[in-house]
Ligand binder design. Structure first.
Ligand SMILES: [Zn+2]
Length: 254
């Protein structure tokens, strides 16, 4: 199993999101089937979509867990899964941050990347602020991007500058995990996104209409609505049916 050496990790904070897309090479990627893709270099990326905001990305021999949470259904037994090479936590709300799940997935080689508030609670891991970037290895980069509410009466849920979305670049294959956010203007700076996860519930994140607007800001090739609870998510498919470049995939990510 390939593991990372901590010393190879280099963190630096970028002043803005203008660097987004710097790793995108413009090459197209191939769709393999279900939730499996190949990178421009021919490596495999598999998405295991557990629930709500929790998913695993398998890349080559690497396991990347995003917002792992035990306490929400369906049951996810992280203790029986392989240890994570990377864990990404977007923010400190219970449906994204769960110490039990993180502990079950962590060994001495696990790289934990969080926002500052989660870092302060856990007292370990690497905190990235919006615009922060981590070069994990030659072919893996993590960028933290803004995630916040814009609707005046909702801004207290996710205040600007506190939480993270993440853009993962795996051998040129670019994945955007939005975290809890509305359709913020910074999304228009996202470049060459192959797969995007966008949230869709009220009052915390977006309406289907906002989600469709968000998708049009950066046009991912594949769009997975997630974090949608009881939102009538088929509305997203309908709202984007004329966007031929965006394939919407609805999975059970309530
Ligand atoms: Zn939240």
């Amino acid at each position: 199993m390939k593991r990372f050496f901590k010393k190879s990790i280099m963190a630096m904070t970028m002043a803005s999101m203008s660097v987004l897309g710097a790793c995108g090479n413009g090459k197209t990627t191939a769709f393999v089937g279900d939730d499996t893709f190949t990178t421009p270099g021919g490596k495999t990326v598999i998405f295991n979509l557990f629930k709500h905001a929790s998913l695993e990305i398998r890349y080559d021999s690497i396991s990347i867990q995003v917002d792992p949470v035990v306490s929400l259904p369906p049951e996810t037994n992280y203790a029986t899964m392989r240890k994570a090479d990377i864990i990404l936590v977007t923010h400190e709300h219970f449906d994204h941050f769960d110490t039990a799940a993180i502990n079950a997935l962590t060994d001495s080689n696990t790289l934990l990347v969080t926002n500052a508030a989660v870092r302060a609670k856990l007292k370990r891991g690497t905190a990235l602020s919006n615009g922060g970037r981590l070069s994990v290895s030659d072919d893996i980069t993590v960028e933290a991007v803004p995630a916040y509410n814009t609707t005046p009466s909702h801004q207290q849920f996710h205040p600007r500058g506190r939480d993270n979305g993440y853009v993962l670049t795996l051998d040129g294959f670019r994945i955007y995990i939005a975290g809890d956010t509305e359709d913020i203007p910074e999304m228009s700076q996202l470049l060459n996104i192959d797969v995007a996860f966008l949230p869709c519930n009220q009052p915390y994140t977006m309406t289907p209409k906002q989600l469709a607007h968000a998708a049009r800001l950066f046009k991912p090739r594949f769009l997975y609505p997630y974090h949608y609870n009881d939102t009538p998510i088929e509305q997203v498919v309908d709202l984007l049916k004329d966007e031929k470049g965006i394939e919407v995939r609805v999975r059970n990510m309530k």
